[in-house]
Design a binder for this molecule. Structure first.
Ligand code: MG
Length: 134
């Protein structure tokens, strides 16, 4: 017999993570269109800010097209070591708060908060956890 139970899983996806890290180390980027990725014409957009998305730029877009759509953007090659470092910091915070979690990618985590609702209420716990992102 397979026992099934309802589980409560929270999916946390950091919003424009690479851009947020760049803005942490350079506050002048806040409010500006930022496009991150291999800036050669053969490159693709790895991440972009909402300000650049307003011009039609999106992730995985060819860089030459992003340059054409939003030439005024700040173009950054990106630093995966730096993003990985900040990703680990986020994971540490989550590990400290959630008993069962899985890191799905550099900016995504799944948290199993099943049973914790008995103590806190799942929704309340969820908001407590996401407050670390604010
Ligand atoms: Mg994300």
């Amino acid at each position: 017999m397979i026992e099934r139970e309802n589980r409560t899983i929270v999916h946390l996806d950091l919003d424009t993570f690479f851009v947020s890290v760049e803005r942490l180390i350079n506050s002048k980027l806040i409010g500006k269109p930022v496009i991150i990725g291999d800036t050669s014409d053969r490159g693709v957009v790895a991440a972009c800010s909402y300000e650049s998305r307003a011009f039609g730029v999106h992730s995985a877009m060819p860089m030459y097209l992003a340059k054409r759509l939003c030439s005024q953007a700040v173009f950054i090659r990106g630093d995966m070591d730096l993003y990985s470092k900040y990703s680990r910091l986020v994971t540490e915070i989550i590990a400290d708060k959630a008993p069962v979690f899985e890191k799905a990618s550099i900016d995504e985590h799944y948290l199993d908060i099943t049973g914790m609702d008995k103590f806190f209420g799942s929704l309340k716990l969820f908001f407590k956890i996401i407050s670390i992102y604010a």
